[in-house]
Design a binder for this molecule. Structure first.
Ligand SMILES: *Cc1c(COP(=O)(O)O)cnc(C)c1O
Length: 436
């Protein structure tokens, strides 16, 4: 954990990457626009640690933005992928592994009776919304400001200020007519949802929500909020879609719906269920999912859906988790240790910091008091977060490069690594305090 890493090869590789990749990356969240500086280019990972191309080692809390609940290169996952690869990487025909992964999902997730495997979380939410619209015969969907559901056109919409604005596109290239099918209201505000349904009576197909928001920093639903959404949807014959791409098998085997005991009509999954390979899934009640082609009339397909490598990795990850009875208690313990450590270090340094957490997912917000919605999260001291991120990186801790991302602890972390992280954070926060 020496300070002042050298990043010569990393910097050279990023410069080379920018000549052939927009911004040098294949997903904008990997760039360091929000925190300043250059991303480190990684060469490998093992357990809770990753190594960059200059040979620097980091304790990792990015975890591929969520999937790696077992840590990097877990032997069970690596072995399953290797075995699968030797049997053939893709067939365009059914395989046993697809059913095996689907069985595990149906068994674990309370609301899912039938499930369709796809290749990403984006595909999962996009397809589930198509189904919701088909099933209700309505076009409008309601989402929450700051919730991210992948990059499909109609979902790249945040809110203007005020309640129930028709969303403006977040990105050029999204037709206004698409974004206009999306209503956006603040998270954790049931009155806003009530008013929006009243204003669009009989027109809203579906409410889509991250039951624990993970893309505005980690912001759990307030007490009674998810049950309230369930009730409103029922009263208006609208469907409730939980985007559990992060929370599925992360906060509990059955996701947030198991943890909060609220049952959605449809659920989108991704991340953990792929064991680090590209996977998504959506599922729900039988009568809804039976509408999907070829059983029903709603079309959705995929050349690589249910891919043998991805399903092998997913099965291995879920089976490893299921075989470890204490897994979620352990993740919770490690998460709590990090949460308390970061909060204590900030208090010592005199920095305003509040750490939200559910199980092994957490976010240190650079503000007093936990935010309940995106507007409150945006009040954070983003400059301080950037300096903190850089100071951590230089001391061997890799945190997600934005205040609005979630940190993930894996089963490969242990008390020693958490304590080393907290010691590094204490130094980093003292540096932030000194420079602020
Ligand atoms: C990551 C994420 C997605 C999108 O998944 P991709 O696999 O990146 O397409 C959707 N919803 C939530 C809540 C996510 O965190």
């Amino acid at each position: 954990m020496t300070a002042s890493h050298q990043h010569e090869r990393s910097d050279a590789l990023m410069e080379r990457a920018r000549r052939v990749l927009p911004g040098g990356v294949n997903s904008p969240v990997r760039a360091y626009r929000a925190v300043g500086g250059e991303p480190v280019v990684l060469a490998g990972g093992s357990g809770a640690l990753v190594t960059d191309v200059d040979g620097n080692e980091y304790i990792d809390y990015v975890a591929s933005f969520g999937p790696l609940i077992l840590g990097h290169a877990h032997p069970a996952v690596v072995g399953a992928v290797r075995d699968a690869a030797e049997r053939g990487t893709s067939f365009g025909a059914p395989t046993e592994a697809e059913t095996e992964l689907a069985e595990r999902i149906v068994e674990a997730v309370p609301s899912i009776e039938l499930v369709r495997l796809v290749n990403s979380g984006t595909e999962a939410t996009m397809s589930a919304l198509r189904l919701a619209r088909a099933a209700t015969g309505r076009d409008l969907i309601l989402k929450f400001d700051g919730c991210y559901h992948g990059h499909a056109d109609g979902l790249l919409a945040s809110a203007g200020s005020g309640v129930a604005t028709f969303a403006l596109p977040d990105s050029p290239g999204v037709p206004e007519a698409f974004a206009a099918q999306t209503l956006v209201v603040p998270f954790n505000d049931l009155d806003a949802v009530e008013r929006t349904f009243a204003a669009h009576a009989g027109a809203i197909a579906c409410v889509i929500v991250e039951p624990v928001a993970g893309n505005m920093g980690l912001i759990p639903a307030a007490d009674g909020y998810l049950a309230g959404l369930r009730d409103i949807c029922d009263r208006h014959d609208a469907l409730l879609l939980f985007d559990e791409v992060i929370t599925g098998f992360r906060v509990a085997p059955g996701g947030a719906q198991q943890h909060f005991e609220v049952t959605p009509d449809l659920t989108a999954l991704g991340k953990v269920i792929g064991g680090g390979l590209p996977v998504g899934a959506y599922g729900g009640r039988l009568d809804l999912m039976e509408r999907m082609a070829p059983q029903g009339d709603v079309y959705q397909a995929g050349t690589l859906s249910g891919n043998p490598l991805a399903t092998a990795a997913g099965i291995a990850a879920l089976d490893t988790l299921a075989a470890d009875e204490g897994a979620y208690a352990r993740l919770d313990e490690l998460g709590a240790r990090l949460q308390e450590g970061l909060a204590g270090a900030a208090a010592d340094a005199g920095i305003a910091l509040s750490v939200s957490r559910i199980g092994s997912a957490l976010t240190p917000f650079f503000r007093d008091g936990l935010p309940g919605d995106y507007a409150a999260a945006r009040e954070c001291d983003l400059d301080a977060f950037g300096r903190f991120h850089r100071a951590m990186l230089e001391r061997g801790v890799l945190a997600p490069p934005s205040q609005f991302e979630t940190w993930f602890v894996s089963l490969a972390h242990d008390e020693d690594l958490i304590d080393r992280t907290v010691a590094v954070a204490a130094e980093a926060l003292a540096e932030v305090a000194a420079s602020g």
